[in-house]
Design a protein around this ligand. Structure first.
Ligand SMILES: Cc1cc2nc3c(=O)[nH]c(=O)nc-3n(C[C@H](O)[C@H](O)[C@H](O)COP(=O)(O)OP(=O)(O)OC[C@H]3O[C@@H](n4cnc5c(N)ncnc54)[C@H](O)[C@@H]3O)c2cc1C
Length: 398
């Protein structure tokens, strides 16, 4: 199959090959070689200005980068879908205050894309139901937002790139595919949360606001996110693969007309274990390098924060790496906490100190998450609680 030629105006070229993680050669530019070693430009090497940058796929991180890098560089986005069919998986839930500031930098008003503004969220864990007040937690039209960010930008729709060598003539290739399609696979520590979701229409919606149900084994959760027009995004993700069972039980209880299933596995492995961030001309961003926190349904904001670090450090990938590791260091704590839980190896002392640190992290930055941790209501379902306590005790014994 023919490789993508940047000089051609053709779109729709699908190039599928085994990934080839090219190492820099003598003929590569100094810039490329510097990037390959993750150290960027040092020692007074003159970088070509502007850089010619390819951003592979236009999810949330990719769209933001096409827009923002486009101020100083010559940027092209590559998206596998045709423009008309372009769709990301679902209406997304997030803290609007955190996303709005990134949208503003792209001259986009997030308010235009908000579907439902939450007032409260009910979280159930075992037999405990906790209601919390929400401060800016919303569902928004992710497709609409990325379309807004890409307006007037150069994007080649219908082009699926699976090998960086298909992109000739670019100084830098950004892997924003979430799956590291262009970067080397992660050797160890990879951990995924499989997930599935449905767009559901209701004649009478079972709930009027956000609901989350933590699944047995603490490996994931089921969500009900209202979309403002009587429909909802209902989905579940679970490291222990109990998500399908949980979601079927939800539909048996609450009914609703569901659309086609959608979903994929979300990366739980934190940035420290998602290295290298750069290889050859390729640099990763967002979920590709673990800059998401799926266990708290927090993917959009960290992916944007990570993208901003790349915008600021696009000529210094060593600096980018250091800043990403620092910014998302907390995700390592969370990973170290949850891994033994998922594997059924729970050291109680260790768990207590780690849960304390996770709680402090969220408490210290409640406005960032858009959720108040001060509960407004708590109810206990004794039978469920006893069931959970017994299964927890069983887990501790094994
Ligand atoms: C079912 C589900 C629900 C989620 N809900 C939320 C939520 O409510 N709130 C939240 O903050 N986060 C949510 N997330 C996580 C969030 O989507 C991502 O972690 C976040 O968007 C990361 O941004 P990104 O730009 O790195 O990747 P993405 O925004 O996922 O963009 C990656 C892009 O790569 C493309 N792509 C990936 N693989 C391939 C392939 N093999 N071929 C071609 N194209 C490919 C995709 O089409 C997509 O456009 C959810 C994830 C899933 C799977």
């Amino acid at each position: 199959m023919e490789a993508y030629d940047p000089e051609s105006d053709d779109v729709g070229i699908v190039v599928k090959r085994e990934p080839n993680y090219a190492q820099p050669s003598e003929s590569d530019s100094l810039l490329t070689r510097a990037f390959a070693h993750g150290e960027g430009i040092t020692n007074g090497v003159d970088a070509p200005t502007p850089l010619k940058i390819a951003v592979v796929v236009t999810g949330i991180a990719g769209s933001y980068l096409v827009n923002q890098l486009g101020w100083d560089h010559e940027v092209t986005g590559f998206e596998r879908h045709q423009r008309k069919k372009f769709a990301s998986m679902c209406p997304w839930a997030t803290n609007k205050h955190a996303v709005a500031k990134f949208a503003q930098r792209c001259d986009v008003d997030l308010e235009d894309r908000i579907l439902h503004e939450g007032r409260r969220m009910v979280t159930s864990v075992g037999g405990l139901e906790v209601e919390s007040r929400l401060r800016g937690f919303v569902t928004f039209d992710k497709n609409g937002l990325t379309r807004d960010m890409l307006r007037g930008q150069k994007v080649r729709y219908g082009s699926w790139i699976s090998d960086e060598s298909d992109l000739k003539g670019y100084d830098l290739v950004v892997d924003a595919t979430s799956l590291r399609v262009l970067l080397p696979k992660i050797e160890s520590h990879e951990l995924w949360m499989p997930s599935v979701q449905y767009l559901v229409e209701y004649e009478r919606p079972p709930f009027d606001d956000f609901r989350v149900q933590v699944l047995d084994g603490l490996g994931g959760y089921l969500w009900y996110f209202p979309l403002g027009d009587g429909s909802a995004s209902v989905g579940a993700g679970d490291v222990n693969k109990g998500h399908v069972k949980a979601i079927e039980a939800f539909f048996r209880l609450h009914g609703g007309k569901r659309g086609r299933p959608d979903g994929r596995a979300v990366r739980l492995c934190p940035p420290r274990y998602c290295q290298p961030f750069a290889s050859g001309r390729v640099v990763g961003v967002g979920e590709s390098i673990g800059a998401v926190f799926a266990l708290l349904a927090d993917g959009v904001v960290p992916a944007l924060e990570c993208s901003e670090l790349l915008v600021e450090n696009v000529r210094d990938l060593g600096g980018y790496r250091r800043k990403v590791l620092k910014k998302f260091a907390f995700y390592e704590t969370a990973y170290d906490f949850f891994l033994p839980v998922f594997q059924g190896r729970i050291g109680l002392v260790e768990q207590a100190s780690l849960s304390q640190s996770i709680l402090s992290h969220v408490l210290a930055d409640q406005s960032r998450y858009g959720v108040e941790l001060q509960p407004t209501r708590m109810t206990i379902e004794p039978f469920e609680l006893i069931k959970q306590a017994l299964s927890f005790a069983k887990m501790l014994r094994t």
